[in-house]
Design a binder for this molecule. Structure first.
Ligand code: ARG
Length: 472
């Protein structure tokens, strides 16, 4: 047993350890153990640098590398016992290393837990953003798959939750694919900004030793597009700001709001009132009391969890608000908020993807709802514009026709040309020809509209972007 080991956490400054309740209050190992892989990765790079500048001998470096690799293997296998009295993941790994390898006591040269934890968080989040991006792509592919399976199906589009105009269901689903694409691009931006190496900032003021920050940064992949190392430029900033975490949590909050809106649509669509969509049994639950119930709990929980993700963002902003320079222990509170955000977001994305892969639209119900002739009232007004009427007047005349239909108990598309003429002689002979859904949709040709050819174009564009083959 190495005699230096027990003093890794408490230096000669202290006569006693912290009181039990203080230790319990301040420990973070119960959650920051999740940083172990990145902590070890950072230590390996730091050790290699220390050897390069002659602080570690080759033999010492090899011993440290072997020790850290062994510890990593044990943690991965679940055979490592975390020691709460060692406070956090950094102390746990370093003290265990030092217990096994004498040279471990040199590892913390020119390093503080302040720059170490800033490094670990950046490394962890960089990976997590990659995973989140994969999960976003997975959900986009599920939305696209559903859109492809029902590419010719229409539903009413809604504003104010009132029937507005007909759309392809694919158009509705593509809207979420677009939102998710912006979420992904926000994550890409956040990733670019966080990919800067803070190690070497020390506790607050760097080090008097001749460390090689560029070397460490390059080892850890903190490089620009040309492969040049990217280093934080101010040691005080580097150890005390967590804006990169806030950025991620803000992007995640927006993404989870998008998921919440999608959930809300799904919840409405599976209600008996809409009845547009059927979810598979695997993604629904029953009621303990009402035998007939099939509840969309996955969608409801996704909607609910967005509150938590937004809450995490707000917690982080408030956490940072009044902090004086530089590192303050308050910052330890960033971890649970960040971990929870990443885990919650990713599970919502994956569950939603799985649910949509097995969801089916009810063709008959959707088609019947889209045949509501009032959905084409605006098309009729456009038609009058083609005959030279100012739109405001056309709008007024069609409104009068809708009121007439309601008064006489006829549906709008059943009004005869005489009915229309009795409202205004300005209705042309072919006024009723607009009540042809297929024709109406074919006429919407501009970019971004739910027109027949535009939707086909958008679907194939997204199939290419997401590299999803068309399933026959
Ligand atoms: N567990 C700490 C945190 O998460 C690590 C840094 C501790 N630094 C210190 N000076 N006590 O912030």
């Amino acid at each position: 047993m190495n005699p230096i080991a027990p003093v890794v956490s408490r230096s000669g400054r202290f006569a006693s350890g912290p009181a039990d309740d203080v230790a319990a209050f301040s420990e973070s190992i119960s959650f920051d153990w999740q940083l172990w892989r990145h902590d070890i990765r950072g230590s390996l790079a730091h050790a290699a640098m220390l050897a390069r500048i002659g602080i570690l001998s080759e033999t010492e470096l090899l011993a440290i590398q072997q020790g850290l690799t062994d510890i990593g293997r044990e943690i991965a296998a679940g055979n490592f016992s975390w020691n709460p009295s060692m406070e956090d993941v950094h102390m746990n790994i370093e003290s265990e290393l030092t217990r096994r390898v004498a040279a471990g006591s040199k590892l913390h040269t020119a390093r503080s837990r302040n720059d170490q934890v800033a490094l670990d968080m950046r490394l962890w989040l960089r990976d997590e953003i990659e995973f989140a991006l994969q999960d976003i792509a997975l959900l986009q592919a599920s939305l696209l798959g559903l859109a492809d399976r029902f590419s010719d199906l229409t539903i009413p589009g809604y504003t104010h939750l009132q029937r507005a105009q007909p759309v392809y269901v694919a158009h509705h689903l593509l809207a979420y694919i677009e939102m998710l694409a912006r979420d992904a691009s926000r994550l890409h931006d956040a990733r670019k900004r966080l990919n800067v190496c803070p190690l070497g900032s020390g506790a607050i003021a760097g080090s008097t030793l001749p460390i090689d920050r560029e070397f460490v940064a390059a080892q850890l992949g903190f490089v620009d597009a040309e492969g040049r190392p990217r280093l934080t430029q101010n040691s005080m900033d580097a150890v005390s700001d967590r804006d990169f975490i806030v950025e991620f949590c803000a992007a995640a909050a927006l993404c989870s709001i998008h998921l919440s809106r999608l959930s809300e649509d799904i919840i409405l669509w599976v209600s008996s009132e809409f009845n547009f969509l059927r979810l598979s049994d695997a993604y629904t639950t029953g009621s303990s009391l009402m035998p007939q119930k099939k509840n969309p709990d996955v969608a409801e929980l996704t909607r609910g969890k967005s509150g938590r993700v937004v809450g995490n963002l707000v917690s982080l902003l408030v956490l940072l608000k009044g902090l004086p320079m530089t590192y303050n222990r308050d910052l330890q509170e960033d971890k649970e908020r960040l971990f929870d955000t990443a885990h919650t977001l990713r599970s919502c994305l994956r569950l939603m993807a799985g649910m949509l892969n097995q969801a089916e639209f009810r063709r008959e119900v959707c088609t019947a709802a889209s045949l509501d002739p009032q959905l084409l009232a605006t098309d009729l007004a456009d038609h009058l514009v083609r005959y030279g009427l100012p739109f405001r007047e056309a709008h007024h005349l069609v409104g009068a026709a809708v009121a007439y239909a309601e008064r006489t108990g006829k549906s709008l598309n059943r009004l005869s040309i005489d009915d229309f003429r009795s409202i205004s002689p300005k209705f042309p002979d072919d006024a009723t020809s607009v009540f042809d859904l297929a024709r109406g949709l074919a006429q919407r040709q501009m970019v971004g509209s739910p027109g027949t050819t535009e939707i086909a174009r958008q679907l194939s564009l997204w199939r290419q972007r997401l590299q999803v083959p068309l399933v026959p």
